[in-house]
Design a protein around this ligand. Structure first.
Ligand code: G3P
Ligand code: CA
Length: 254
């Protein structure tokens, strides 16, 4: 490590999801044991207003059930298995993930929570999320460094809603196009960080310096290859989201 140079922090994308089923308690526990600095998750609202950690609109890919998350109640969703053959796993409610992160006392772990849009409940997703973060005392951090939660979205409206209602919370405007994440959108919605994909960063490495010059951090996803981890380190990316938190920590510590 270059003296005085900060390593990128490592965010476990959907948990240690290369090793264990995504968005399961086991995947997040493994990520913590492997040294992850942050935990990424996607959240959706159930029909009865609970936030659950599920990426897709439906549970078809990640469970042994079928159906649309927003049309099912929490109890109905809990009826299914979110693991894999030989490795069963229950549904993970967002509350449980918050408790896991906050109970991990050996180091402060940040939650990177992505709200998915468009969805039928619109702004209710962010409102419910902010209420939950407030309930756990992490909705209004003293500073971005001390924040235990970061809210992210591809939806500029969602980021703006969070910025307006919880101005102290860090936010990431996610995006695929360099023109979009590196342009005026982040300023317009008041995002504190930009979130380009690693593919975008490979062709537009200048995004990191440009964001830093505007006082913004960079969160890059999904950084699984060694060359990409090195690229992010060289560019000064603040956060790398990876499905392999353990080996990424080892690479960065080498
Ligand atoms: O961390 C951001 C990244 O997760 C966005 O893409 O589809 O994996 O949610 P996706
Ligand atoms: Ca995500």
């Amino acid at each position: 490590m270059t003296p005085g140079r900060r390593l990128p922090f490592v965010v476990a994308h959907r948990g240690a999801s290369a090793a264990l089923p995504e968005h399961t308690l086991g995947a997040y526990e493994l990520a913590l044991k492997e040294g992850a600095d942050g935990l990424e998750c996607d959240v959706r609202l159930t029909r009865d207003g609970h936030l659950v950690c599920i990426h897709d609109r439906t549970i078809d890919r990640t469970s042994d059930g079928t159906g649309v998350v927003s049309e099912l109640t929490l109890d109905e969703l809990k009826d299914y298995d979110y693991g894999e053959p030989g490795c069963p796993a229950p549904l993970l409610a967002f509350d449980e993930l918050v408790r896991l992160a906050l109970d991990w006392t050996s180091r402060p772990v940040k939650l990177f929570v992505e709200t998915k849009h468009p969805v039928r409940y619109g702004a209710l997703v962010e409102n419910t999320l902010l209420a939950c973060l407030d309930k756990y005392g992490i909705g209004a951090p003293a500073s971005a460094d001390h924040a235990r939660a970061v809210v992210m979205s591809f939806s500029p409206s969602a980021v703006w809603r969070v910025r307006r209602s919880a101005p102290l919370l860090p936010t990431v405007l996610l995006g695929e196009s360099a023109r979009y994440v590196g342009g005026g959108a982040a300023t317009t919605v008041g995002a504190t960080a930009i979130g380009p994909s690693v593919k975008t960063l490979r062709t537009h490495p200048e995004l990191v310096d440009k964001a830093a010059a505007a006082g913004r951090a960079t969160y890059c996803w999904t950084v699984d290859e060694h060359a990409d981890v090195e690229l992010c380190r060289r560019l000064g990316v603040d956060w790398v989201a990876t499905n392999h938190p353990g080996r990424t920590k080892l690479w960065l510590d080498a």
